[in-house]
Write a protein that binds this ligand. Structure first.
Ligand SMILES: [Fe+2]
Ligand SMILES: [Fe+2]
Length: 308
């Protein structure tokens, strides 16, 4: 099963995490700045090409706005992953002697990722020239997501973690057009996320073992609630990205261009953060391990987020 292998043990994953761990100061600072003459985000996520009314310079601006949102939304996601994983580390630690340590290390790395993304966002904002909006307040989003049961939150986090790996390996690693600094950030993020996805898979497995079929059905419903809530956020984000682009280019789009922009960009955000997670084979395999029906429903739902 792709979701769990013989190498998935808290001890092994903790040892691997410690071996591949990097320092924040090696990735940001002097001589490691974003190159604003290059795109940052792969076109599969940015979806600037369908917007034929934008010229090449405007498409590049939009790509960078979407890349900023990509990092900012990851930072936001990780802000609820940290307290959630800390809670998990504090519970059930007697089952496996390495569980609590491994999960605390996981949370520490996510906290470091938040600092990394924060530093890059500050560099971006200082040099992009105009402001870019982000949905929020982050606290309300965090509270809404963490208001669901631990099984549903674990499923949501696991989807996002396998998704980020799918993004790096499938669309970023071999893409020669992207800014090398942005790629380096996502590469280093990926190096540590590999262990996070597998650790979260272990958390899911143990939670599911203590859950009834009804609990799993409830968690599945809650997972879709979280997805629908995020989808509403992505609709707002597309509107904010439109405003950011108009500010950055000094151009006001015509009514039909705005409509097209919102349609394409909302779907692009849905694919980036929902669809590409819900059709990720590793995520689906982990879900299939706890409930075939849940896996089938998630895979089916992913279809509605596919790009036209
Ligand atoms: Fe992370
Ligand atoms: Fe993560």
């Amino acid at each position: 099963m792709a979701g769990t292998t013989a190498l998935d043990s808290y001890q092994h994953l903790l040892e691997t995490s410690r071996r591949v761990n990097w320092r924040l100061e090696d990735l940001v600072g002097e001589g490691r700045q974003l190159d604003f003459t290059r795109p940052f985000l792969p076109e599969i996520f940015a979806q600037t090409e369908p917007l034929g009314f934008l010229d090449e310079a405007e498409k590049l601006k939009l790509n960078q706005i979407r890349a900023r949102g990509y990092l900012a939304l990851f930072e936001l996601v990780e802000s609820f992953v940290v307290p959630f994983i800390c809670d998990q580390a504090d519970g059930g630690g007697d089952v496996d002697p390495f569980r609590a340590q491994a999960l605390r290390h996981f949370a520490d790395e996510e906290e470091k990722h938040r600092r990394l993304f924060g530093a890059v966002l500050r560099d971006f904002d200082a040099r992009f020239g105009t402001d870019c909006g982000l949905i929020g307040p982050a606290e309300d989003i965090r509270r809404m997501i963490l208001g669901h049961g631990p099984l549903a939150v674990t499923i949501a986090i696991l989807g996002l973690e396998w998704m980020s790996q799918g993004h790096y390996l499938g669309s970023i690693k071999d893409n020669q057009d992207l800014d090398p600094q942005f790629k380096s950030l996502l590469k280093h993020h990926w190096i540590e996320e590999v262990q996070h996805a597998r650790l979260d898979g272990l958390v899911l497995k143990s939670l599911a073992e203590h859950s009834s079929a009804e609990d799993i059905a409830t968690a599945t419903r809650e997972y879709f609630e979280i997805g629908a809530f995020l989808d509403g956020g992505f609709k707002q984000q597309a509107q904010l990205d439109l405003e950011s682009l108009e500010r950055a280019t000094g151009r006001t789009l015509a009514e039909d261009e705005r409509r097209q922009f919102l349609e394409v960009q909302h779907q692009a955000l849905r694919w980036t953060f929902l669809g590409s997670a819900m059709q990720n084979p590793n995520f689906l395999a982990a879900l299939d391990d706890i409930s075939e029906e849940t896996a089938a429903r998630v895979e089916q739902a992913a279809m509605s987020f596919i790009l036209n």
